[in-house]
Design a protein around this ligand. Structure first.
Ligand code: HEC
Length: 240
């Protein structure tokens, strides 16, 4: 008698517990015993919904909260050391003269000629027989999207911006064949003369990639490799 009574009480208790976890709303998680463990207050760096645990902050809901990260923050590019090295902050500073011409106003500017010093920098993305096709393909894609309208499809300085008469002073790459990769990088990164800075448009890997492509416009054999794996045209990355 006592045993069967306990059984009935037990069954009823379990059924109540099970049924109380169900609701008719399919989206509802049901009864949450420890809501903090299901849902942590979302503190997301770039997103602020103005709501933390049901407390609504109307002022936050109506303003942009994506703040610029602190200066010299290094973005996360994975754990591949080659990739990380490529993406480390550019160590060369903008020249003082860029203040007026390229709208750069920060206390990083010095009077030294960083452009001249940049000649010593090697292309960090080294071409080889295995990766050349992919890198040059990507370089062409970037060049077509970002540079061709000024520099022209063949790099002769006759892009539609120039032929339309809207713009001038774009050099023919062939005339700058002696220009080092490092200086190209500097000019693309900070801008030069009538060319604007591209550092907010292309990341460092993309700049080194497009430089390889510019070399193919200067020399048709650049990036081609002989059967034994040696470069048909000496790779400037190893020269300067
Ligand atoms: C708005 C037109 C314009 C665009 C877009 C443009 N350039 Fe230029 N570029 C110029 C001009 C003008 C010069 C000549 C600057 C000088 O020497 O005074 C130049 C010069 C260069 C040079 C030579 C720099 C040096 O140090 O002598 C390189 C390399 C170059 N551009 C690459 C690029 C690449 C790569 C892109 C695309 C990511 C690009 N440019 C986009 C107009 C442009």
């Amino acid at each position: 008698m006592k045993k069967s009574f306990l059984k009935i009480v037990g069954t009823v208790a379990v059924s109540v517990l099970v049924l109380s976890s169900c609701t008719s709303n399919a989206d509802s998680p049901g009864l949450e015993y420890m809501p903090d463990m299901y849902r942590s207050p979302a503190i997301e760096a770039y997103v602020d919904y103005g709501e933390v645990r049901g407390r609504i902050d109307e002022t936050k809901k109506t303003r942009l909260t994506a703040m610029a990260p602190p200066a010299f923050t290094i973005p996360f590019f994975g754990t591949d050391s080659t990739e990380v090295r490529l993406m480390m902050p550019y160590s060369r500073l903008a020249n003082e003269s860029f203040k007026a011409s390229h709208g750069m106003y920060n206390d990083q500017l010095t009077r030294e000629d960083h452009y001249t010093a940049a000649a010593a920098d090697k292309n960090m993305l080294v071409l080889n027989a295995g990766n050349a096709e992919a890198i040059l393909g990507k370089g062409k894609e970037l060049f077509t999207a970002m540079c061709q309208h000024c520099h022209g499809e063949k790099g002769d300085g006759n892009g539609p911006m120039v032929t339309s008469g809207a713009y001038s002073g774009v050099p023919n790459y062939a005339e700058r064949a002696a220009l080092s990769d490092g200086q190209m990088f500097y000019s693309i990164y900070y801008g030069k003369g009538m060319m604007g800075a591209h550092r907010s448009l292309l990341n460092k890997k993309e700049i080194w990639t497009v430089i390889h492509y510019i070399r193919t416009l200067q020399s048709a054999d650049y990036g081609k490799f002989n059967a034994n794996g040696t470069a048909a045209v000496a790779d400037t990355t190893k020269q300067n």
